[in-house]
Write a protein that binds this ligand. Structure first.
Ligand SMILES: [Zn+2]
Length: 150
């Protein structure tokens, strides 16, 4: 019988283990006792008082992290920004110039149709936010487990 690895035993103690590991625990007293030891350690760690330090740990750690190089946009990148601003101005200028006509158009639309358009936009927004949240959790879990591929 292959016993659980140290990581799998820690996962069992943290409650994040898979079904195979949990099944193994029910049949292996050695691994089960290892998990019990980890649970005692975790419970003891939770009871420890928070350390009171006379300096700011966050500042100390941040100051030791490698800083990203400060770069200013190259002339080519500046042109991209200028062109992007120009394109955006071209897109939104008609909206601004014909705003009164556009408002008249929306007045003639049935309120029920406007509600349907708004409801559809809301449903799409909800799905997008849900998908973004799932992706965020997935990346967060990958970051915590150390599997994040950058
Ligand atoms: Zn075992």
């Amino acid at each position: 019988m292959n016993h659980l690895t140290e990581t799998e035993i820690q996962d069992c103690a943290l409650g994040t283990a898979g079904l195979d590991q949990i099944e193994h625990l029910s049949s292996c007293p050695l691994c089960d006792s290892e998990v019990a030891n980890y649970r005692v350690i975790l419970a003891t760690m939770d009871e420890l008082p928070q350390p009171q330090l006379d300096f700011d740990v966050t500042e100390l750690v941040i100051s030791r992290l490698p800083q990203p190089p400060v770069t200013s946009p190259t002339p080519g990148e500046r042109w991209v920004y200028v062109i992007a601003c120009f394109v955006l101005a071209l897109l939104f200028a008609p909206l601004y110039l014909y705003r009164n006509d556009l408002l008249k158009m929306t007045r003639d639309v049935q309120p029920m149709a406007l509600c349907l358009v708004g409801l559809t936009a809301l449903v799409i927004l909800v799905f997008h936010v849900r998908e973004m949240y799932r992706e965020h959790l997935k990346k967060l879990n990958a970051l915590i487990s150390g599997d994040l591929q950058l």
